[in-house]
Ligand binder design. Structure first.
Ligand code: PLP
Length: 310
């Protein structure tokens, strides 16, 4: 396999805050730049994926690579590297930083067309990656209490317009939802679709629990890897899961609500629109799935250990 611009000895050790892979070279995260004419930047014409490293191992790396490949196919993006090379870049990012807990992102952008062209077929697609210390949507302390979420008046962009199963940077609706949550003393938000069904939040899928049954939206959402893992766990534990439209009203009446994300796993939502959910603490189903999710991180089938330099 091709070598990826291995940094010289003097460059090693400058990765305390993270590392990025840009233009075929590894650079300290603060020095990583995007070419301003890349359509990934100018038009959000890009896809990405995020995988985490926990206790020195990637979690469900092949699931993330599968989704990244599907996303690129759907957008007709052709990265300059094969899957094995992309995997190796991700490992090298983590090795260089030495991080045992990391947030690792891979990105494919449309790139830049020849000057004057507006034809996406003429762009040379680009690949970027980076690793930074693990990022939480809600840190473990916050997770004990749970987050206050508001169901946003902002609708998520329709799946007919932007395919949400392609992980994308069309976040203007999610960010508008966050601002509306902050105005109502919320900490995060859940967006709705045109039929007043909930879809997803900024960086997470949503589950509601009612009478011991889980429900999660089946449409208008990213097929989250954490969502998939939670569905597998629930099935193994004998907890029924419905993938279906979830009307916003059901959220108001749920016994438990939680979000799922690579950036933090199973995240209890204990207040909705100012109303306390259940008894105001993470519920028993949420806690069970939370525990099982983190336990999985020690199982060989789900983890790919990093062979660190040190
Ligand atoms: N939905 C959106 C819009 C996201 O951006 C993310 C993750 O970033 C998720 C859901 C959760 O997906 P995953 O569990 O693969 O992290």
């Amino acid at each position: 396999m091709e070598s990826f611009g291995q940094p010289s000895g003097e460059d090693r050790g400058n990765y305390d805050d993270g590392v990025a892979f840009v233009n075929g070279r590894f650079v300290p995260i603060a020095q990583a730049c995007v070419p301003i004419l890349d359509w990934g930047f100018l038009r959000s014409d890009a896809t990405y994926d995020v995988v985490h490293v926990w206790q020195g191992s990637f979690f469900r790396l092949e699931d993330h690579l599968d989704r990244f490949e599907r996303s690129m196919d759907k957008l007709r993006l052709h990265p300059p590297h094969e899957r094995a090379e992309i995997r190796e870049v991700l490992f090298e990012c983590v090795r260089l930083t030495g991080f045992r807990r990391a947030y690792v992102e891979m990105i494919c952008t449309r790139g830049t067309p020849p000057y004057g062209s507006r034809d996406p077929r003429e762009c040379v697609n680009k690949f970027f990656a980076f690793a930074v210390p693990f990022i939480w949507i809600a840190d473990p302390e916050k997770q004990k209490a749970g987050l206050h979420a508001t169901v946003s008046p902002v609708q998520r962009i329709q799946p007919e317009s932007v395919d949400p199963t392609v992980k994308n940077y069309h976040w203007l609706d999610l960010v508008a939802g966050l601002f509306s949550a902050y105005e109502r003393e919320g900490e995060t938000t859940i967006l709705i679709d045109g039929e007043n069904n909930i879809v997803e939040g900024p960086g997470f899928n949503v589950f509601v629990v009612k009478d011991g049954v889980l429900a999660t939206p089946d449409r208008g959402v990213l097929e989250g890897v954490t969502r998939k893992v939670v569905i597998e766990l629930a099935e193994r534990l004998g907890i029924p899961v419905d993938k279906r439209a979830v009307p916003a009203d059901e959220v108001q009446e749920a016994d438990e609500i939680f979000g799922t994300s690579t950036a933090g796993g199973v995240i209890p939502l204990t207040k909705i629109n100012g109303r306390i959910v259940g008894d105001g603490h993470p519920g028993s189903v949420t806690q069970l799935l939370h525990r099982e999710y983190w336990n999985l991180h020690h199982k060989q089938c789900s983890s790919s250990p990093v062979d660190y330099y040190l």
